[in-house]
Design a protein around this ligand. Structure first.
Ligand SMILES: [Zn+2]
Length: 51
């Protein structure tokens, strides 16, 4: 399955999107997945299964 993940920085609100190939959901809502150049963290706020 392929998953479309959207995350926002918890400091500057920058958005990133990821496409992840995985048999199970790769993240949960609220997971911290990366660091933003501003010093904040990207927090997962949407996970969508792609066809
Ligand atoms: Zn940021």
């Amino acid at each position: 399955m392929e998953w479309f993940v959207i995350a926002h920085c918890n400091s500057c609100d920058e958005e990133i999107t990821l496409e992840v190939e995985s048999d199970v959901p790769p993240y949960e809502m609220g997971d911290l997945i990366d660091e933003c150049p501003c010093g904040g963290k990207f927090v997962v706020d949407e996970i969508r299964e792609m066809d």
